[in-house]
Ligand binder design. Structure first.
Ligand code: ZN
Ligand code: ZN
Ligand code: FE
Length: 752
């Protein structure tokens, strides 16, 4: 066909293509190539029709695929030939808000480099404007009220564009062409500084300057950010950090830090290449990195922890704040312990009363909560430990076999701790942002609200609901109150399936699922499991030798109770972690089996060993004792003996080894190192017995970098293919994904 001949083609593009400047990009390209036609958002992405010479159309196709906007991701690019229409111009057609949408909800983006330059340029009309953004950056998910993504369906709808902003919006050559969230000081949101009685202290730039002064003086600032409030304090001021710990009732759990730049972060942390990339990414997550010895920050930031959780400023407002401060700041979630992050300034006054001294707020409403995401680089790859701002909502494409039947949908309500929910519609699976532990009425309300919001976004009413097998989880009770078909899913099976999806692999596989606890098929508490995963089912092939947990759930808070139970099971009476009277009571409880449930939990084994090694007295937050054991571990090639008897991993030989080492004053670092080596050796020996090539490492215990990396290394050396988590959290934040995948395997559902 001659290149001059006129043709018309239609392109259907799916993926992350809304809210990322896709239509303006197509408009510019088509106009430059003198093509006519149109582009518009459709329920599952973008549709384009172009007409012009074959040469120009082929150029359009090539340039298109090589230059898609930086935050876009194309899953599907379909081309169709059409009859000519002989139109003359190229236009952007507005979306039809009534059509149901299957498009990915765009996540929030940190402020881009070009916007930052403008914000710091005194000659620019947005100089020091804390809400500057463009087609490539700024809030998205957290302000979206409906799909498709257009300004009227965001919380920016209430701000009418001024003439200058309106011109930018309409000018195809402008960076803000069709930027749905654009604003300026004249027409957009503004700052206010309030005291804790809601008295206005200052507004606009003065509010920011006074907030800076408050932090400099050691005060605690509540700042309304992108996905919720941050509590901010000067990280070099020990008294300020201690005050924040007291007021938040958070004795030791590490605080996240925000630093002005990568250079500043390098002053405090050892930063690898992938960590530097993550820090500067548009997701701007908290990255867990090794602290430098001379970091100069107060120990109160992360007591006893060799790692720091650091992020760079994600919004222009955070940039302005940090530019005026000379030190890194604590930037922790603005909530009361056990409650979800606050998003509304009026609500914050109440829930952060007595914690924050002043409140830096603004009038751009936050529609959806998104906590800061947390990422750790392990075995050279990113692992998202908390999926929030920048990543959420995460979407995955399901293959034909996995997909829900057409026009059907499934919901998963998640677990209990670190809860998230998930929704599957046709061939799409969406994981919600992190909600938190469902321990409070507030958290349960947020859980329910998020489920409703996600269902509304996609205009679906889920046909089935997947839940954890645990009968008493708040998420279970929520599911049971609906009139839907409920599918209970075993906790550790859900972990395994989420790991499969994360790695886009198919069974068969051996899943090593280690965590704190999950309701087992036999009604006991599981957590040290080896599951053989086949296409439609799982089998528990090995598990940790069960031991009693005196006090039941209390053992999760008190590692000495786990140690007492472990020793008891091994026939060793008494433990110096308790007084004589306490020991008598515990012995009686164990003898009469009063509130001493059996567990095969690896998390509790970590607790017990940390307690025996004298590393910890209390879990003031989930995983504290296990972290202490990870951090204590030193280099050693040695390990402890263990036994595999029938389907049980017997830890008793290891326990005796640890007690012998303790009696002989072996260094704690060696004991902790040998313990980790033993666990990796157990994984390899069971992999050898199970004979599966693919080995999944999943569950909260694999947030432990040392454990994960040594297991990966030893599995590879033994000829296995290990898989672990990258996008879906390995902890209970990933459970919802596995629940859905299990529910979709239920045959009668969805497929005709
Ligand atoms: Zn920008
Ligand atoms: Zn304006
Ligand atoms: Fe779990």
């Amino acid at each position: 066909m001659p290149y001059k001949e006129r043709v018309r083609r239609q392109y259907t593009i799916n993926g992350v293509v809304q809210g990322v400047g896709y239509r303006p990009f197509v408009f510019r390209l088509a106009t430059e190539l003198a093509l006519s036609g149109w582009v518009r958002n459709n329920p599952s992405g973008v549709v384009i029709e172009v007409e012009g010479s074959l040469l120009n159309i082929e150029n359009f196709e090539n340039c298109h695929l090589h230059n898609i906007p930086p935050n876009a991701m194309v899953d599907l690019f379909k081309v169709k030939e059409l009859p000519l229409q002989n139109d003359h111009a190229f236009k952007i057609i507005e979306s039809d808000p009534k059509t149901a949408s299957l498009v990915s909800i765009p996540p929030d983006r940190a402020v881009c480099f070009e916007c930052l330059i403008e914000m710091n340029d005194p000659a620019n009309r947005r100089f020091r404007y804390p809400f500057i953004n463009c087609s490539h950056c700024g809030p998205r998910f957290t302000i979206i009220t409906g799909l498709p993504y257009d300004r009227p369906q965001t919380t920016m709808a209430q701000f009418e564009l001024c003439n200058t902003c309106g011109d930018e919006y309409k000018d195809p050559l402008d960076r803000r062409f069709h930027a749905q969230t654009l604003a300026c000081a004249e027409c957009g949101p503004h700052l206010e500084l309030w005291d804790c009685k809601k008295r206005l202290l200052a507004s606009h730039d003065d509010a920011l300057k006074q907030a800076v002064e408050a932090v400099k003086k050691g005060g605690i600032l509540a700042l309304k950010g992108l996905g919720g409030f941050h509590l901010i304090a000067d990280a070099s001021n020990e008294k300020a950090v201690e005050t924040l710990r007291q007021r938040k009732h958070r004795p030791r759990k590490p605080f996240a830090l925000m630093m002005v730049s990568l250079e500043e972060a390098i002053n405090h942390c050892e930063i690898s290449e992938p960590e530097a990339v993550l820090l500067q990414s548009p997701q701007a997550p908290i990255v867990l990195m090794h602290k430098k010895n001379n970091s100069g920050l107060t120990e109160a930031v992360a007591p006893g922890n060799p790692y720091l959780g650091v992020m760079l400023p994600c919004t222009p407002l955070h940039h302005l704040l940090l530019q005026e401060l000379t030190t890194p700041i604590i930037a922790t979630s603005g909530n009361r312990s056990n409650e979800p992050i606050c998003i509304d300034e009026h609500e914050a006054l109440e829930c952060l009363f007595g914690i924050a001294d002043v409140f830096l707020v603004h009038n751009r409403p936050i529609k959806h909560r998104a906590d800061d995401s947390i990422v750790r680089v392990m075995s050279g790859a990113n692992s998202i430990l908390r999926c929030g701002r920048g990543y959420a909502p995460l979407s995955f494409s399901l293959n034909q076999e996995q997909a829900v039947g057409s026009r059907k949908s499934a919901l998963a309500v998640g677990g209990h701790l670190k809860n998230t929910v998930a929704l599957a519609i046709e061939n799409k699976l969406i994981l919600s942002p992190y909600i938190g532990d469902l321990n409070s009425v507030q958290a349960c309300d947020v859980h329910e609200g998020l489920i409703n919001n996600l269902s509304d976004f996609y205009k679906v009413k889920p046909d089935i609901i997947a839940r954890d097998k645990h009968p008493d989880y708040a998420s279970t009770r929520f599911a049971e109150l609906t009139d839907k078909t409920i599918i209970p899913v075993q906790h550790h099976y859900a972990h395994a399936l989420s790991c499969l999806l994360d790695n886009t692999i198919e069974p068969p596989a051996l899943a090593v699922v280690w965590d704190g606890n999950g309701y087992g098929d036999d009604g006991t508490v599981w957590g040290g499991e080896f599951l053989s995963i086949s296409k439609d089912r799982y089998e528990r092939v090995f598990s940790l030798r069960p031991f009693p947990m005196p006090g039941g759930d209390a053992a999760a808070k008190n590692p000495a109770l786990a140690a007492f139970g472990l020793l008891h099971e091994a026939g060793i009476q008494g433990y110096s972690g308790f007084s004589h009277e306490e020991q008598t009571l515990l012995q009686q409880a164990l003898k009469k089996n009063i509130n001493c449930p059996l567990t095969s939990s690896m998390g509790r084994l970590f607790d017990a060993v940390a307690s025996l090694a004298g590393l910890t007295e209390e879990n003031s937050f989930e995983g504290e004792a296990a972290m202490a054991l990870e951090f204590a571990a030193g280099q050693t090639a040695e390990s402890y003996p263990f036994e595999l008897v029938e389907r049980i991993v017997d830890w008793a030989p290891m326990l005796h080894g640890i007690l012998w080492d303790l009696d002989n004053n072996t260094a704690t670092s060696i004991i902790a190192g040998k313990f980790h080596n033993t666990l990796a050796a157990i994984i390899v020996s069971i992999a050898e017995r199970a004979g599966q090539q693919q080995v999944l490492l999943t569950g909260g215990c694999f947030q432990n970098k040392l454990l994960l990396e040594s297991a990966v290394e030893k599995l590879i050396a033994a000829g296995f293919e290990p898989f672990w988590h990258h996008r879906i959290p390995t902890n209970d934040g990933g459970i919802a994904v596995g629940q859905i995948m299990a529910a979709l395997k239920v045959k009668q559902f969805g497929k005709q």
